[in-house]
Design a protein around this ligand. Sequence first.
Ligand code: ADP
Ligand code: LRH
Length: 511
Amino acid sequence: TTEHRFAAVDLGASSGRVIVGEVAPERLTLHEAHRFPNQPTRLLGTLHWDILSLYQGVLDGLTAAAAQTTGNTTLTSIGIDTWAVDYGLLAADGTLLANPVHYRDTRTTGAAEKVAAVLPPQALYAATGIQHLPFNTIYQLIAAQGTPALTAAHRLLLIPDLISYWLTGEPGTELTNASTTQLIDPRTRDWATPVAEALGIDLSLFPPLRHPGDPAGTLRQDVLTEAGLTHPLPVTAVGSHDTASAVVGVPATTPDFAYIATGTWSLAGLELDAPVLTEESRAANFTNELGVDGTVRYLRNIMGLWMLQECVRTWNTEATPTSSTSSTSTTSSTDLTALLQAAAQTTPLRSVVDAGDPAFIAPHHMPDRIADACRRTGQPIPRTPAETTRCVLDSLALAHRRAIEDATRLSGRTVSAVHIVGGGVHNTLLCQLTADACGLPVIAGPAEAAALGNVLVQARTAGVINGGLPELRALLHSTQPLRQYEPTGDHSAWDRAAARLGDPQVTRAAT
Ligand code: ADP
Ligand code: LRH
């Protein structure tokens, strides 16, 4: 059987990577061609993505992928996925008008109140089904209203669409990621025009929608030359929201599974056929993002390993005052391994914090913010990096459990196993704690689920494999290394820890 190779460009908040997937019926292997850091830069007080450095990382990755796939094993296509919500603004001639702003920037402070004055949160949720997060594109656009860049903009491209445009010259708006703008109606899977009109947001800035599997242009000649590619290469639209691709990459073998995509964020929930738009769902802060093949990602955003990355960065900076001040992890995996081993030896569930609290979104002073949260809830303050790490991991496991319990209750579904995918798969303590907290088996792997989901959608479009999500997942299950964790320990200890925080959704709504 002929083997085909597909390049997945996967840009995460902590690193970017270009990964080559080799696919044939019954076969699927990955080779990492290139990985590069994603280090945001504060410029004149505003936190930006270093978008040109990321684009250069993509080119370097394609160059490395091309070098690995010469002769009769050339690349068949490329797919691009990145984090959600952020965008670049272009002039009529395609020039980037401003460097894209990072979703962790505080420019959206107060934007939700402006939106609520026009559209009550209940109406906005009924129309879009998207969880309230202060950085949703809708709030970024409200915050940017009247700025020179938005006023002058001819076009708005979400980050994966921007990278795709630079590679091909073809503009488009991929649907799964478009749903994170909070400007899509999840029932029609099309623009929520009344919402945009009410808020004065110009939907004509967005190029036409495209769907996973659609053609998305071919590489420009100068890109081919730059990357050392000798033949024309198409870009295929995939689930361009990294979480959409990661959920395709969940190796589930039964329909009653929950997933947790753990990396910088933990995205925990269920895959559904239709959105849940009830008031109860809004109050529980669940989102209905659109997935591949007509699915809905019904999930809650949880702060994720960002909390640990930021703690490690603070500790490293304190230890060596001249070290980097970027917002990405500066720890080596050796440091992290030692820290996780020490955390495993500390007292379990000594203190827990609400890992969904937007108070943890911004960079800086993470250990202090965690200590403050423990103090406020009358719990012991973690004293050492190992204790703080344990507090973060216990808190994440508790938030995972709460999200899965809430998702099953609100959707009327049941769950027999929890799949963990993403970088957190490497964190065996987090996987075990999640199994313990949920009282369910956890199946961990693959770590590069987003790249795999990206490759699988491309391979299906190219006709190399067939079937729906269950068939794609069966291929993952039979080819990828997975590890199962059974629940251990005293389950009631998690109930008692949860009780110390009350219902975070209710507590946050009241403050
Ligand atoms: P993103 O896609 O958001 O950039 P990833 O899915 O790559 O994030 O996950 C990055 C996280 O995975 C790191 O912050 C770290 O906590 C965790 N991780 C990665 N490698 C390891 C490892 N060897 N041991 C423990 N944790 C790891
Ligand atoms: C994860 C992710 C997540 C979004 C956040 C902004 O990388 O895409 O799904 O909510 O970044």
